[in-house]
Design a protein around this ligand. Sequence first.
Ligand SMILES: C[S@@+](CC[C@H](N)C(=O)[O-])C[C@H]1O[C@@H](n2cnc3c(N)ncnc32)[C@H](O)[C@@H]1O
Length: 202
Amino acid sequence: MKPDALFDENYWRSRYSTGRTGWDTGSITPPLRDYFDQMGSADARRILIPGAGRAYEAEYLHKLGFSEVHVADLAPEALAALQQQVPGFPAAHLLHQDFFTLPALPPYDLLVEQTFFCALDPHLRAAYAQQCAALLRPGGTLMGLLFETDFGPVAEPPFGGTREEYRAYFEPYFDFKHFDTAYNSLSPRQDRELFICLKRKA
Ligand SMILES: C[S@@+](CC[C@H](N)C(=O)[O-])C[C@H]1O[C@@H](n2cnc3c(N)ncnc32)[C@H](O)[C@@H]1O
């Protein structure tokens, strides 16, 4: 898969170096926190957070005792921030890699989505769904949040969309367990995001 030419590593590095990180909530968001709190270790041995940014979800899972949490990001600044914040986080699990070129083996049990999908050029959305499926074992889970909102005619991320559009990308590969407006979003995102929990088809 060709990496995103428009929003490449240089683009994302400059967003971090100039502090244009409006997506950064400073801590894990309530929908993901609540999901992780009820998750058993057998549900998710190998976890991947792609486009993780400063990866508050990885910090949270690490502190819950999940030892196979991996994060991938194009921006080394983001990975360094996690390493500084959580010195005990395994350095080998910080993947400075393009999501679309991550190897499919060994497969993951769980993929976590938090403002990564909306950061991609929309023409990559079908490829995102396909790559998520390729990275997960059959029965594995893709969960997280997708903006269900119209950001208008914007030239750079975030890019919004509708649940009908999103459904078409994921349906070929996933069974839908949950795909509805999140009830516990942060207030600026209230009623503007979908909580998704999708199971990779066998
Ligand atoms: C909008 S930010 C979200 C970061 C984080 N998930 C959060 O919510 O704070 C998008 C992140 O995706 C990363 N990114 C963009 N394209 C990527 C790609 N193809 N592979 C891996 N990371 C990518 C960027 O460097 C950036 O850190």
